[in-house]
Design a protein around this ligand. Structure first.
Ligand SMILES: [Zn+2]
Ligand SMILES: [Zn+2]
Length: 347
């Protein structure tokens, strides 16, 4: 079958790989109908997140139809339409028993390399899904593939980030970083009915999209963001800041933007080992900083899907490019150059 595979640092290629088969007792094999390229695929290709083996299939955002299940899969049967989560929790540990799936020490991921279980990815015609009862979610027939696809990763991630910020009606929210997760966080934040959402980025296409989602764009290349937000809030700062970048300057900005007693919810993937925390300032101002780590997709996707089914969120609006899987290499190039906001692929 055709699959998009890691070739070497900085490069991917389309390859012919073996069709997956059932390997473990709780596996299912899914025929992929729609998949997508994620920012974390770029981190893997570029080596920011290590562990990829040449020839291994990338991709962890997918929706499709169950092709085959092993005997221990009880919730799904061949022919069922399903969306996958990017994480594969073990389902049995202390954390999983309490629904804290993203804290599972034995969780794996699709197409994420040797540090996350070496499970082949979903940018392919078929994907093997371990622990299928937990890793798959049924899809309401009223939803298209594109509408439901992102509950397996970026939309539920943005939803968890917004939820962790405990946004109340009438508040001022700032979202730092308007990549796909930041844009999803804006959509999710809106469901809590804040008065204003400021969307911070430097890429005009992303700021325009944020504006169509109801946020006020703030171009970080044109203004000093903390001063801008302070000025816009009577010198107080934002009630809640969603940090969706994962770099030290973004976290520094979040601390400078949030009001005294406000909340910072961090979902950007931080890989720097440490950071100079302005301890006295954080203490005196009573800041509440929540590091979310990987999102709890499997624990939250019921809620996230309900927002989409009820029409309160439209994650498919971020799709900028639709391509055949055969053209996935071009999709990676466009995404790398930030010319594509979100690329979906059909095998
Ligand atoms: Zn992802
Ligand atoms: Zn577990």
């Amino acid at each position: 079958m055709r699959a998009l595979v890691f070739k070497d640092f900085g490069s991917v290629e389309l390859a012919d790989v073996p069709k997956p088969v059932i390997e473990e007792p709780r596996d299912a094999v899914i025929r992929v109908t729609t998949t997508a390229i994620c920012g974390s695929d770029l981190h893997l290709v570029n080596g920011r997140v290590p562990g990829m083996t040449p020839g291994s299939t990338l991709g962890h955002e997918f929706i499709g139809v169950v092709e085959e299940t092993s005997a221990d899969v009880t919730r799904f049967s061949p022919g069922d339409r399903v969306v996958g989560s990017f994480t594969i929790p073990c389902g049995t540990c202390w954390f999983c028993q309490r629904g804290l799936y993203s804290r599972c020490p034995d969780q794996r991921s699709f197409g994420g390399g040797s540090f996350v279980g070496d499970v082949q990815g979903a940018q392919a015609e078929y994907v093997r899904v371990p622990n299928a009862d937990l890793t798959l979610h049924g899809v309401d027939p009223s939803l298209t593939d594109e509408q439901a696809l992102f509950v397996g990763d970026i939309f539920t991630t943005g939803y968890e980030c917004a939820g962790a910020a405990r946004i109340e009606a009438g508040e001022v929210v700032a979202v730092i970083g308007c990549g796909p997760v930041g844009l999803m966080a804006i959509q999710a934040a809106r469901t809590f009915e804040p008065r204003t959402i400021y969307a911070v980025d430097t890429v005009s296409q992303r700021l325009e999209m944020a504006q169509t989602f109801g946020a006020i764009p703030v171009d970080a290349a044109a203004v000093h963001v903390p001063s801008h937000i302070q000025d816009a809030t009577g010198g107080r700062g934002a009630d809640a800041v969603l940090e969706c970048v994962g770099l030290v300057p973004a976290l520094t900005d979040a601390i400078d933007i949030v009001r005294a007693g406000g909340r910072i919810s961090v979902i950007g993937l931080h890989t720097d080992p440490d950071f100079d925390l302005p301890l006295q300032l954080c203490f005196i101002r009573g800041l509440d900083v929540k590091f979310n780590g990987l999102a709890n997709i499997n624990g939250k996707w019921d809620e996230a899907l309900a927002l989409i089914t009820s029409g309160h969120a439209h994650p498919d609006q971020i799709i900028s490019h639709r391509m055949r899987l055969d053209d996935a290499v071009m999709g990676y190039e466009l995404f790398e150059r930030k010319e594509a906001l979100k690329v979906v692929l059909t095998p």
